[in-house]
Ligand binder design. Sequence first.
Ligand SMILES: N[C@@H](CCC(=O)N[C@@H](CS)C(=O)NCC(=O)O)C(=O)O
Length: 219
Amino acid sequence: MPKIKMYGFWRSAAAFRVRIALNLKGLAFEEEMINIDVGDQHTPDYLALNPQAAVPSVIIDGAPPLTQSLAILEYLDETYPTPPLLPSDARGRARVRSLALLFAADHHPLITPRIRRYLAEEMHQDEAARTAWIRHWFREGLATAEARLAGDPATGRFCHGDTPTIADLCLISQAAGARVFKVEFGDLPTVGRIVETCLAHDAFARAHPLRQPGAPLTH
Ligand SMILES: N[C@@H](CCC(=O)N[C@@H](CS)C(=O)NCC(=O)O)C(=O)O
């Protein structure tokens, strides 16, 4: 068994994705919480691990830190291939990566604390305006996913077929955040169905933000 240490945070969507992958692959890990609400990502010790001042960072067997959740997911999938998190065919992999990037590259970055801080401190947007911003981008990502997933024969119980892929890890991490911000997506039936399928899966449930140390008891 490799020795895996992750630097994460209970609420972090990117850390949530990596926790799910580690659980699916049956890899034990230790997680140290970096409190990104109070700026612990900017301490010299953490910046030495990840100059981007973001979680997650993952250290495996004392090797240099891995950063960026999608790069970490692909590393884990290549190194510990069972169960696979990507389809065996090139077209399937392109579809899964495209769905994953919809969330991880295009929507999640817009609602991170650094963006919210910039909106508050440099753009002088009040809390109501910042909340509207956050809800807008959550909603747009989930609605786009619905348009892509509904009616596509490649969609199964999960985003691609009947087993979890990287696309599901990115979908559920965004959907969990959307729920925290009370974004309605009851009108997105395919997204809603896949989210419920993921939440019923033990590897996803154990990784859920609200089950991590530091999370509020209710939200
Ligand atoms: N694209 C990166 C995103 C990393 C990221 O932005 N993480 C957030 C938490 S989900 C963070 O640490 N934010 C700190 C900040 O915004 O100051 C990944 O997928 O790992």
